[in-house]
Design a protein around this ligand. Structure first.
Ligand code: SF4
Length: 290
């Protein structure tokens, strides 16, 4: 049986700033893999660029550290090539909602069975503190000296509006809730999106661990059921217009939908990587393409 130690990269340890929320997310992901008893060889973690996107380097499963904003198309391609893999895409709010926003929107509607973890620290951390798509209105940064003028993106509302099959939010300061949510999302059959609130202790002095802890609460403990799109949409805006006085955590919306990979006759039969190419004529293929 796999253990946390099996997933460790030994002396090769993360170089995130001390106290960064990314450590907790890495820990939560490892715990979720152990909880689900997944074999490391059956897991692929794909990322883009950013502090959070360094994560695949420090977990001993298959990994792919890609380019800015492109974790989702790479993860989608890997899943379609081998649908037996558990594909987990990780990225930051800048990577996924900025450079990768186009991929994000289309992944929400395609329903490939992969898990997306967005480490949302409301700032660009790796490049030293620029305003990101989820930075709060009025927050100052190296690129918003007078305060952020733009309204932040509401990723939960975007995903619910698209009736994405699994939409959740968790918090890096609540390891138990985060571990359970990640495990639930990986086990779910469908595109599963989790926005993880992750303090950047170096560059975001507003949205700190303490700030979040004073505001977060567990939706499911309050009896919320994630089966109604209108209620989920309303919940996605809770706290939004009141300076985030309350921040709900948990599963906002869940809906079973047909999987993209099961609908395609070639992909549904057997994973592509296991299909024989013995009877395929390369010459015929090239003739068709030329
Ligand atoms: Fe974490 Fe921020 Fe440091 Fe990046 S810059 S490692 S997000 S604390």
């Amino acid at each position: 049986m796999v253990t946390i130690n099996d997933l460790s990269t030994g002396d090769y340890v993360p170089d995130w700033c001390p106290g960064c929320g990314n450590y907790s997310i890495l820990n939560g992901l490892k715990r979720a893999i152990v909880k689900l008893k997944l074999k490391p060889r059956d897991v692929l973690v794909v990322s883009g660029i950013g502090c959070s996107s360094k994560l695949p380097q420090w977990i001993d499963v298959n990994g792919y550290h890609g380019v800015h904003g492109r974790g989702l198309p790479v993860g989608t391609g890997a899943k379609l090539a081998n649908k037996n893999l558990h594909v987990i895409v990780v990225g930051g709010d800048g990577d996924v909602y900025g450079e990768g926003m186009n991929h994000f929107i289309h992944a929400l509607r395609k329903n490939v069975n992969i898990t997306l973890l967005v480490h949302d620290n409301q700032i660009y951390g790796l490049t030293k503190g620029q305003t990101s798509p989820t930075s709060m209105k009025g927050d100052k940064s190296t690129t918003s000296r007078r305060g952020n003028f733009d309204d932040p993106i509401n990723p939960i509302a975007l995903a619910v509006a698209q009736r994405t099959s699994y939409v959740a939010r968790t918090f890096a300061g609540d390891l138990e809730h985060m571990t359970d949510t990640i495990a639930d999302a990986i086990a779910f059959k469908g595109f599963a999106f989790i926005n993880i609130l992750q303090p950047c202790v170096s560059f975001n002095k507003h949205n700190t661990f303490v700030w979040f802890k004073e505001r977060v609460y567990d939706l499911q403990k309050k009896g919320y059921k994630p089966n109604n799109v209108e209620k989920a949409f309303k919940k996605a805006y809770e706290g939004w217009d009141s300076g985030w006085d309350k921040i709900p955590l948990g599963v906002f919306y869940k809906e079973k939908k047909p999987l993209f990979e099961d609908d395609h006759p070639v992909l549904a039969k057997t994973p592509l990587v296991k299909q024989s190419i013995d009877n395929i004529s390369i010459k015929k293929l090239l003739d068709e393409l030329c």
